[in-house]
Design a protein around this ligand. Sequence first.
Ligand code: AMP
Ligand code: FE
Ligand code: FE
Ligand code: ZN
Length: 309
Amino acid sequence: MPYCDLHLHSVFSDGTDTPERIARLAVDAGLSAAILTDHDTMDGVPRFLAAARTLGLRAMPGLELSADVPGRTVHLLCYGCDAAEPRMADALRRLREGRTERNDEIFRKLARLGCPVTREEAATEAGGDVVGRPHIAAALVRRGFAADKADAFRRFLARGAPAYAERFRLSPETAIEVARGAGGMVALAHPATTGYNVAELERFVSRLADAGLEGLECLYSGHLPRQVEEYVGLAHKFGLVITGGTDYHGTNKPNIRIGVAYGGLHVRDEAFDEIAARLARRNQTFPDEPPAEAGASGEVGADSLTRPR
Ligand code: AMP
Ligand code: FE
Ligand code: FE
Ligand code: ZN
């Protein structure tokens, strides 16, 4: 079936499924292509690509970067990046360290508030390497400091709540530059969650397009039909690829099924093809193909042509 899902989370960030199980679920949902896009890490990508290859599912490396726009949630989906490219590897390392430091600050604040959950308790909830606020929320619930995860966010962890702490993020411009330098392309994820109104979003997309943004996640779980229309219009206006995905997180977002965006809408796999074609035009290769000749690229450095495996 000609559908894909370009926005998926595993246990390597805040999802509850392994990369292997996600590849299996994507095939079972009848998808021809899927991309794992864990938050701020590409550590699950090799396992996802290996599983996809075994199952005959088309895939490429993916990543969802949280960008630094004060007071707003701006996520950038990075497709086709080489995690080993030096600037990308450095950025991923700094994001990992920044998350650990931020978490420690949250634990300190929680202790001061009389809710001393530990780093170990949150790590147990995570199951993978990345510990995030949802895991800290789960630990708070387990210890009886909150009724449920939503309560834990409302009372402690949400932006503006007393145990909230900022973590290191790249500016959107830097994130785009790093992703492109690592051989990838960037799409703005779930534009609705930026909280911008129509005019503000247009200015923001224009600014990011100038910085090298190439896609807009128009199709997304939770986007209303009129929002999809608005975003498709923006994509056309700025020559961006119309991308889409569900933001599947396993049981952490229980209402989302792989491959099915809002109202049962599916993302045609032309979105995947268009991303692959854009990257191929820059003489990129994918893990299933032989490496490109060094020096064959245009604007990106020759060392970014080497792909993982
Ligand atoms: P982190 O990357 O550790 O800051 O955690 C971000 C994740 O926390 C997001 O992907 C959401 O899944 C979750 N999250 C953020 N804000 C809230 C909220 N107000 N209520 C519930 N979950 C939230
Ligand atoms: Fe998430
Ligand atoms: Fe996101
Ligand atoms: Zn996501």
